[in-house]
Design a binder for this molecule. Structure first.
Ligand code: SAH
Length: 260
């Protein structure tokens, strides 16, 4: 049981999109809530599970599109909780991974509001599942790094490429589609082999998604040509060499997935 009381906030992971990948706890919290503030990344199938009496407030954040800024979202959550609502803040994937949860936790705690987290399946896990591969490989991929390649408009991504260019690591790059060129160039310059296996997975876990296998030096071309405008994750490393493309049609392009 979740003992969800009025005036409390739950940051809930909605998983990668497929409603079957939602936790039972997340589903229960969504049913018990009086209001749900949800991101643009939350899958339609997940939203369809919310009962009609729950007030739904989109606070979607997708790069390049109009959205509420983080401070406004913090304030909305706090005000709803102070008004005695049972507040769910529904986020794509896991709320503790690149989801600005800390701002919301701090905003709630500053007002003495009880705030808890319900974890969700993160995009990297869903992408690996779609590709039928393991993110770690005994002896070959001993480290798994989650990194965001999000850059402010007009700026280049600045990451510690030498620290990331570990041939024994799997890199899961979130928000990396626009920065694929910087990621590829940065890692190659830092010594990662040009033919390091890479995968691009768009809309992981959803039937409308797509997967592409490529190599590090061709990653920028693949990111430019192979993807639609859905959220996409980049996986890089030797573990990706064991990935297998699923046999299903790509709904975005109407073509069967291919290796680039
Ligand atoms: N909290 C989320 C990540 C939010 S950051 C999680 O744990 O998954 C947003 C980025 O996550 C997107 O730009 C994309 O890189 C990735 N992402 C989220 N959902 C995805 C999905 N279904 N398929 C592929 N990538 C996804």
């Amino acid at each position: 049981m979740t003992d969800f009381r009025g005036g409390e906030v739950w940051l809930v992971g909605a998983g990668p999109g497929d409603p079957d990948l939602l936790t039972r706890k997340a589903e229960r919290l969504m049913t018990e809530a009086s209001v749900i503030f949800y991101d643009a990344l939350v899958g339609e199938g997940v939203l369809a599970l919310v009962p009609p009496h729950v007030r739904m407030v989109p606070v979607g954040k997708r790069s390049g599109r109009h959205s509420k800024d983080q401070t406004s979202i913090d304030r909305l959550i706090v005000e709803a909780a102070l008004a005695g609502e049972k507040v769910v803040r529904l986020k794509g994937g896991d709320p503790a991974i690149f989801a600005r949860s800390n701002e919301e936790l701090e905003a709630c705690r500053a007002e003495g509001i009880s705030v808890r987290i319900c974890p969700g399946i993160t995009a990297a896990s869903a992408a690996a599942a779609d590709l039928g591969m393991s993110l770690t490989l005994r002896g070959l991929a001993r480290r798994l790094t989650f990194v965001t390649a999000h850059a402010l408009a007009g700026e280049r991504v600045s990451l510690d490429w030498h620290a990331l260019a570990d041939p024994q690591a799997t890199l899961a790059v979130y928000m990396g589609k626009a920065a694929a060129r910087d990621v590829s160039a940065g890692l190659i310059a830092a010594g990662l082999p040009r033919d390091t296996p890479c995968a691009l997975v768009e809309q992981a876990s959803l039937p409308t998604g797509g997967e592409f296998l490529t190599r590090l030096d061709l990653l920028p071309i693949a990111a430019r040509t192979a993807l639609g405008d859905g959220p996409a994750l980049i996986l890089i490393g030797q573990a990706v060499g064991a990935a297998v493309l699923p046999q299903r049609a790509n709904a975005y392009t109407g073509t069967v997935r291919a290796s680039v």
